[in-house]
Design a protein around this ligand. Structure first.
Ligand SMILES: Nc1ncnc2c1ncn2[C@@H]1O[C@H](COP(=O)(O)OP(=O)(O)OP(=O)(O)O)[C@@H](O)[C@H]1O
Length: 197
């Protein structure tokens, strides 16, 4: 493998995708590069434009999607999210492992675009534990938690009905164990990125 693949992470809201990615980046600080997504949702406290997301408007996003500037986009909980070709190209040029934290719809688009990617579904140990984590995080109100749990059920269903979409499923029960499993899946990509760094 001359260049690392893009690392695509899917799974329900609150399952721990962001946490796992953060731990991996911590283990290999110079090998991963976050591809910064666009979103039309308002920034949460502490989020910075151009770093956590490119915050944009629905009108601008629609225009750029129509112009073919996005490799994937999805409307989740009424907000637009997407990954621009420019953001991915920036990662590719750097020789690092680009990380995409996207929904199942996004994973379908990555597959359709034939991008070299490792697509991993992060699953919760149980629905009850997922709900506990979502509430424990305390970033969503009751209505948002319920909406996310509904979406989670649909995503778990996609895992059952479209297993070919994913290269692997990692159950995030013990966090360190889940991170180590993902690290093993990415071993060749990590080595490729190390050679290029
Ligand atoms: N293995 C684990 N055991 C217990 N708690 C965990 C574990 N992994 C993550 N968490 C906690 O669960 C909560 C949700 O995690 P996180 O925010 O990373 O989820 P996410 O999948 O990135 O969600 P979203 O898609 O909404 O951004 C956080 O409070 C995190 O600390």
């Amino acid at each position: 493998m001359s260049h690392p693949r893009i690392f695509v992470v899917c799974g329900p809201s609150g399952v721990g995708k962001g946490t796992i990615i953060a731990r991996l980046v911590h283990r290999f600080p110079h090998l991963f590069a976050h591809s910064v997504s666009h979103t039309t949702r308002p920034p949460r406290a502490g989020e910075r434009d151009g770093v956590d997301y490119h915050f944009t408007t629905v009108e601008e996003m629609q225009r750029q999607v129509a112009a073919g500037k996005f490799v994937e986009h999805a409307i989740v909980h009424g907000n637009w999210y997407g990954t621009s070709l420019a953001a991915l190209e920036q990662v590719r040029r750097s020789g690092r492992i680009g990380v995409l934290d996207i929904d199942v719809q996004g994973a379908r688009s990555v597959r359709a675009a034939n991008l070299p990617a490792l697509v991993v579904f992060i699953a919760p140990p149980s629905v009850e534990e997922l709900e506990r984590r979502l509430r424990g995080r305390g970033t969503e109100d009751e209505a948002a938690v319920r909406k996310r749990l509904q979406t989670a059920a649909a995503e778990m269903e996609a895992l059952r009905s479209e297993p070919h979409l994913f290269d692997a499923v990692v159950i995030n029960e013990d966090l360190e164990e889940a991170v180590t499993q993902v690290q093993r899946l990415l071993q060749e990509d990590i080595e490729a990125a190390q050679r290029l760094s």
